[in-house]
Design a protein around this ligand. Structure first.
Ligand code: EPU
Length: 342
């Protein structure tokens, strides 16, 4: 099939922040062969390329001067072993639909990760996580297309160097690896994960679908629906600081919440820092700090990527002045070449 390119393409429907941005060209691919063909097309040789799933974790600050490739590679295969279901998922599958489908098929395990926007292919890149579960807890392998060698490679989960909202795809393999499939292992000896405060009341006999429902309603209450209000989920990562530094902060701010982060570090919720700094609901033009969860920045109407970035810088500066803690964006903020520009 010939590839169908759209020139001077409007990116509004291809990312969740709802800011206005265009790309020189855009193409949708649904196989590795199409991905390779579009990526190496001679007409794009000297232009930047950006592979996008649903664009739920990026912010365009300018028009993109290159080719956007929408990764729509499908696939949902299941094999069964004595102790687990092994799912092989195409990178272009919608994450939440996969979660709902796996539960409907009687394969629990993904329920805590319900309603996370985006595609399967984006999930390992930032090691998505919510309510006590991270993708790396379930991931068996990731397959990627190497745009330098042109080969499909498979990494076992431990080779993906998963960390908090981090992986090898943001580090060593950045700009080179395009995820094409993800393998998940859902163990048959399923156990509910209900450690996160509001889930605890479900009790240890909670069913997967009860957890799924609770997670959906928690998320819907706190996080804005990107189809209604432009946003990209948590805009910042929760900062991780050496534990003695956290203890010193807690002396001054006794209500500061925290999560353990390894033997020597502590994670502080960025949402709390932003909220306590008085920024909940703070607005700069049409960019605003979400009123229900201060970790999320929203596009109230016609904010540009530059407006959102200016707001983000104000948030970082205010939190830094008050707490001496530096926030880092979780969202990828992109310039005209698709390079990170924070
Ligand atoms: N908090 C406030 N004010 C706020 C927001 C939060 O005081 O405006 C306090 C809460 O009361 C709570 C603490 O901060 O004590 C943590 O808040 P929450 O439970 O909402 O979680 P979070 O740490 O802010 C992280 C993830 C979310 C994920 C939730 C639940 C990051 C960057 N974010 O948020 O992930 O849904 O935990 O597990 O790690 C995402 O990545 O896009 C995302 C939404």
């Amino acid at each position: 099939m010939p590839l169908s390119f759209t020139f001077d393409a409007d990116l509004r429907d291809h990312h969740t922040f709802g800011v206005s941005a265009k790309a020189k060209a855009l193409v949708e691919v649904d196989s590795v062969a199409e991905l390779a063909r579009s990526y190496h097309g001679p007409q794009w040789q000297n232009l930047p390329k950006l592979v996008v799933g649903e664009g739920s974790n990026l912010l365009f600050t300018e028009d993109f001067e290159g080719l956007v490739i929408l990764n729509r590679i499908p696939g949902r295969q299941v094999t069964e072993s004595s102790d687990a279901y092994h799912l092989r998922l195409g990178a272009g599958e919608n994450w939440h639909q996969v979660v709902a489908w796996s539960l409907a098929q009687g394969m629990p395990g993904l329920e805590n990760l319900a309603l996370i926007p985006g595609t399967v292919g984006a999930a390992p890149v930032q090691n998505i996580g919510a309510y006590g579960v991270e993708l790396c807890d379930l991931c068996e392998y990731v397959e990627y297309w190497d745009c330098v060698s042109g080969e499909v490679m498979r990494l076992d989960a431990h080779q993906c160097h998963f960390g908090y909202r981090d992986s090898i795809f943001k580090g060593e393999l950045k700009g080179r690896a395009i995820v094409v499939a993800v393998g998940l292992k859902l163990t048959k000896a399923w156990q509910p994960v209900i450690g996160y405060g509001p889930l605890a009341k479900l009790g240890t006999d909670a069913t997967p679908s009860a957890i799924f429902d609770a997670v959906c309603s928690l998320r819907s209450a706190k996080l804005p629906d990107p189809t209604r209000v432009g946003n990209a989920g948590s805009f910042f990562k929760n900062p991780v600081v050496p534990t003695p530094r956290f203890e010193a902060l807690r002396q001054r701010y006794p209500t500061m919440p925290s999560y353990p982060a390894g033997p020597e570090h502590t994670k502080i919720p960025a949402g709390w820092l932003i909220d306590q700094a008085g920024l909940k609901g703070y607005r700069l033009g049409d960019a605003a700090v979400h009123t229900e969860q201060a970790l999320v920045l929203v596009n109230k109407d016609r904010a540009s990527g530059q407006d959102v970035t200016a707001l983000a810088r104000h948030v970082v500066q205010t939190v830094s002045d008050r707490y001496g803690v530096e926030l880092e964006p979780e969202v990828r903020i992109l310039d005209r070449d698709g390079a990170l520009c924070w």
